[in-house]
Design a protein around this ligand. Structure first.
Ligand code: NCD
Length: 313
């Protein structure tokens, strides 16, 4: 595998190999030697043309823990904001010797354009392209769910997972539906009809408009942010009404199965899709998702860049 553009590029074996490698790396990171020499001398560029906190610093931390050199390139203050094409940017990165480019862009398909253009010899990793895909987020979500809910299974067979909220604009939902079902879970999407994409019936997931009938039956619930910045018209009557029907509040939290977990990719709108009580409750693994994200991204970088090199731990 040279690039990571979409979950559809992965087989189940590839996905499990990323999760298993991440587990090994997580154990190593918890040990005395935080930094591994695996990617010494490699250059990784973080090309972020859209806002990000978690994903950008997570990839940076992952690359640094593997001893790679990291160049952070944000759109603001770069030639990308002056209208430079992806091709020119890619050729510049190639000239600087980038071994991998991690790209976040507001255009769906930007990561594919960068990879398929063959303007660079390195790997391209999609860190979120428009409303299309966010494969590393789905992998860290699967990793977190497996850790808490899989009861010793290698995959997610037998689990039921709800993804709730702004599915229409969510690249996290698109990548997760494919990955979680590939790993054997059943996914139910919960949203008002206006926040579901046309064609959702062809996705490998159930659809429900009734959060209350779903909440007591799932092993994990992934809450999504309302993505105001991608909305071009009115999709909701108002935030209060939205939270009443689709928010995770104390009452719904209390209806969850004994060991069920609460997830959110961040950033959260506390009080809209998730109450502070739910976000900070004992069921919440939201902060742990961030920690797991570093191990999963280390695994992605290792598997794409280290080739057949043995994992030296
Ligand atoms: C998500 C994203 O950017 O798609 N966040 C993330 O990567 N941590 C979800 C979101 O922005 O709501």
């Amino acid at each position: 595998m040279r690039h990571l553009l979409s979950i559809n590029d992965l087989t189940k074996t590839d996905a499990l190999s990323i999760l298993n490698t991440a587990e090994t790396l997580a154990r190593a990171s918890d040990g005395p030697m935080k930094k591994l020499p695996t990617l010494r001398g490699r250059t990784i560029v973080n090309l972020f043309a859209e806002d990000s906190t978690r994903t950008r610093i997570s990839f940076e931390a992952a690359a640094k823990r593997l001893s790679a050199d990291v160049i952070n390139f944000s759109a603001k203050g770069s030639s990308l904001s002056k209208g430079e094409s992806l091709k020119d940017t890619a050729q510049t990165l190639q000239a600087m010797g980038a071994d991998a480019v991690i790209i976040r862009h507001n255009a769906s398909g930007a990561a594919h354009t960068l990879a398929k253009g063959e303007w660079m010899s390195g790997s391209v990793i999609n860190a979120g392209d428009g409303t299309h895909e966010h494969p590393s987020q789905a992998l860290l979500d699967a990793f977190t769910i497996r850790k808490h809910c899989a009861r010793g299974n290698e995959d997610l067979t037998g689990l039921r997972i709800a993804i709730v909220g702004d599915i229409l604009h969510s690249r996290v939902a698109r990548s997760n539906v494919v990955l979680l079902t590939m790993l054997g879970a059943k996914v139910v999407l919960v949203a008002p009809p206006t926040l579901l994409p046309i064609g959702v019936s062809s996705w490998p997931a159930e659809v429900s408009y009734d959060f209350d009938s779903v909440i007591g039956e799932v092993d994990a619930v992934i809450m999504l942010r309302i993505q105001i910045e991608r909305m071009t018209e009115m999709y909701l009557p108002n935030a209060r009404e939205y939270s009443r029907f689709f928010g995770l509040d104390k009452d719904r939290l209390s209806k969850m199965k004994t060991n069920a977990i609460v997830m959110h990719p961040g950033p959260m709108n506390r009080g809209v899709e998730i109450s502070a009580e739910s976000a900070d409750s004992a069921r919440s693994v939201i902060v742990e998702q961030v920690k797991n994200g570093v191990s999963v991204r280390m695994a992605i970088l290792y598997l794409l860049l280290a080739g057949t090199a043995e994992l030296e731990i």
